[in-house]
Write a protein that binds this ligand. Structure first.
Ligand code: NAD
Length: 377
């Protein structure tokens, strides 16, 4: 059976769905691997390196022969037209709001999987693309902030005087936020952080950052069974905003990462809060693609309001593409391995498997995911 690793058609996507290690692993699972020429370019993987790992270098049209297509992003209509009916396609599908494209994949007879719907259970930890990519995004957010900040992050005591340490405030201490805290600490900043989940408090403290939050009864009950944040009441948000407003005025860099599953990102930083910051301060909004945590953050742009830079880069994991591809490719191959029979080394898709159930969007000509109008049979 043939696995095809596609070159991403989006020119702004530097990531690739296959690494040297993942190609080797796919070969050991019994697959023939075809890598589309140039697929690894944005992640610094030359065709020859894939070849050395055992892949054959092919063209876009070779996708037609593949049993499994691995991608970073959801295939375009044109790409879908180039796949054979019955093929498996695995990617970050971004399905919400793109129901028409999902139906088109069903119509083309594809069995498609959305990696971002992987359940966050122990068994699937090594397949969790939200974590693998958010971790790198958290790191990159600090690098981007440091790059826009006209001062040093660590305290420097020199013969010519002392440069004070930068104060960094991280809002949302999930996977991305915790890595942002760790990275800012490594660069010598004085770091504080907030979250609405009580479990975050200890994690923030263990990284050596100060936890800032209104810790009332609502806060103590704010975590869902799945470990995610709940949308907070207006009353809580107002109390928290007052505390944050006072704190932000003293910060040099703010990095926001706050998300609530299935809801627009909460607005955490207002224009007034930005106005209270010193000129030259930097605010990075990692939630900009989901509506943004920071007032005035523009997707894909670095803007300036009253001397404060607001960073709204899109596809932040793609800004650190070579590392992001390495982890993403591992997530993919680990998932695909669960679909391969150990005895026959052939694909043996089990639609009853909980990982398959959670991530399958289309199968057998229909949309099967319940969140997109499908009924899993
Ligand atoms: P996320 O990307 O959905 O949200 C980022 C953070 O924003 C979360 O910590 C959330 O609590 C926070 N947030 C939401 N509203 C906020 C507000 N108004 N103010 C401040 N912060 C706000 O979350 P995530 O990074 O995907 O992680 C969520 C949880 O899932 C974490 O506890 C994480 O450790 C856990 N997790 C578990 C597994 C696993 O068990 N396999 C894997 C990954 C993550």
């Amino acid at each position: 059976e043939i696995v095809f690793i596609a070159k991403e058609s989006d020119p702004n996507e530097g990531r690739v769905a296959g690494s040297i290690d993942s190609v080797k692993k796919l070969k050991s699972l019994g697959f023939d691997v075809v890598v589309e020429s140039g697929a690894g370019q944005g992640s610094r993987i030359p065709d020859q390196d894939y070849e050395k790992a055992g892949a054959r270098i092919g063209k876009a049209t070779d996708a037609k022969t593949a049993d499994v297509i691995l991608k970073v992003r959801r295939p375009s209509a044109q790409e879908v037209a180039g796949y054979r009916s019955g093929a498996i396609v695995i990617a970050i599908m971004d399905p919400y709001g793109n129901e028409e494209s999902i139906s088109a994949m069903a119509g083309a007879g594809l069995t498609s999987f959305a990696m971002e719907l992987m359940p966050r259970i122990t068994r699937a930890q090594s397949m969790d693309v939200l974590s693998s990519q958010a971790n790198l995004a958290g790191y990159q957010a600090v690098i981007d902030a440091a790059n826009e900040y006209d001062r040093a992050l660590p305290m420097m005591m020199t013969a010519a005087g002392t440069v004070p340490a930068a104060k960094v405030f991280v809002m949302g201490a999930g996977v991305a936020g915790l890595q942002a805290i760790a990275t800012a600490r490594r660069l010598g900043a004085v770091v504080s952080a907030t979250d609405v989940r009580p479990a975050a408090k200890e994690q923030v403290a263990s990284l050596g950052a100060k936890f800032i939050a209104v810790e009332d009864e609502e806060f103590k009950a704010a975590e869902t069974a799945g470990g995610y944040a709940k949308e907070m009441s207006g009353e809580y948000q107002a109390k928290q905003a007052a505390l944050v407003a006072e704190h932000i005025a003293k910060q040099d860099i703010v990095i926001t990462t706050a998300l609530i599953p299935g809801r627009p990102a909460p607005r955490l930083v207002t224009r007034e809060m930005l106005d209270s910051m010193k000129p030259g301060s930097v605010a990075v909004d990692l939630a900009v693609e989901r509506g943004g945590n920071i007032e005035g953050a523009e997707a894909g742009k670095v803007t300036e309001v009253g001397g404060v830079k607001i960073v709204g880069h899109l596809n932040v994991p793609g800004r650190i593409a070579a590392s992001a591809s390495l982890l993403y490719a591992k997530n993919l191959v680990t998932f695909l391995e669960t679909m391969v029979s150990k005895e026959t080394k052939a694909l043996a898709l089990n639609m009853e498997d909980e990982l398959v159930k959670a991530t399958a969007l289309t199968h057998g000509g229909s949309v099967v995911h319940p969140a997109f109008g499908g009924a899993m049979k």
